[in-house]
Design a binder for this molecule. Sequence first.
Ligand code: FE2
Length: 430
Amino acid sequence: MNDLKERIAAELIAVRDRSLAYTAAEDDMLVRQHSPLMSPLVWDLAHVGNYEELWVLRAAAGIEPLRPEIDDIYDAFKTPRKDRPSLPFLGPEEARRYIGGVRGRVLDVLDAIDLDGPSPLHRDGFVFGLVIQHEHQHDETMLATLQLSGQPGLVREGALPPGRNAGSEEVYVPAGSFLMGTDTLAWAYDNERPAYRVDLPAYWIDRLPVGNRAYAAFIEAGGYDDPRWWSTEGWAWRQRGGVTAPLFWTRDGDTWWRTRFGRTEPVPMDEPVQHVSWYEADAYARWAGKRLPTEAEWEKACGWDPAAGRARRYPWGEQDPGPDRANLGHRAAHPAPLGAYPAGASAYGAEQMVGDVWEWTSSWFQPYPGFRAFPYPEYSEVFFGQEYRVLRGGSWAADPAAVRTTFRNWDYPIRRQIFTGFRCARSEPV
Ligand SMILES: [Fe+2]
């Protein structure tokens, strides 16, 4: 096997170990729907195997369907999440057996396939990258489900580096053009392509994500009670839901507490805030006299290397993220303290742009000029428009295989069960 095949095989094994660890639970825990926002965990588990069968076995290798009768159950478009508990989905034992059977055949395909072949699905192992990233994304979704379940478990206490206070509050990004998106990253999704030139005026962007201390000050200052800071839709959402703090926060006297995977603990004031909606992020930014960055501002500050005149895969360069550069891959089950990763700084000096929390941007999820759906319109194209806001950077629960400076995530502006925070930006005064 060549190096790429070995790397793919290792990634396939790693992501499956992760999925099985998250679903090593009693059957009842796996088949129950913990929130109408989420699928039963065992649905996610068999869905990743079904997706792998559809793309690697059927589309890339031309193998006959193993269980065609279950395709509809695991088609995310035919079954909205709220309806999934009533589906005749496979039980935990059968789901594990099914995805194991698919995986065995996938490894045979990997062995035999020509990764330099003419098919764009085969080239550079794209189809394997597709299923590896897809499974990691579902693993992160499963973590959000587990957090919503309120059940104890999955609190990994990996050691993260300490925070530090040094440094300016904001970094300056001079006016000029940069290359947004990518033509060269082999496993990038269709929505990250093609690369194109974007010219931006100068701006300031926060060096770090907004922390819990700053966010608590916004609450303290009556931020949730003052419609001046909120968009019209945001204020309506805040009123309707009676929202007064990030999701999973409660107050006892003068102390804020948070519940994290079934445990309640004081809110660590030096961590980035997480579990806030786009509306909350937008309101905070206005209160702070700033705004959310556009997606282009975010990507330039994160990935552009002005000296070299090219984009980096990660903020610091091309090297894989290690434990001293970013909090990725569920090392611990929470964001790292602010300032923990000076070695992970971007060319402009912005820190913690990948890992820790997904960051809301002000942009709608839209195609780049010259976009072409690949390998199917339901991955990205059907979500384009003015319904979803773009999130960037990946959270502590995201895997390095599914994170890069060009990676785009998107969600409804009301969502906050995901591991999401934000940083602010402002235009240079003219
Ligand atoms: Fe999926």
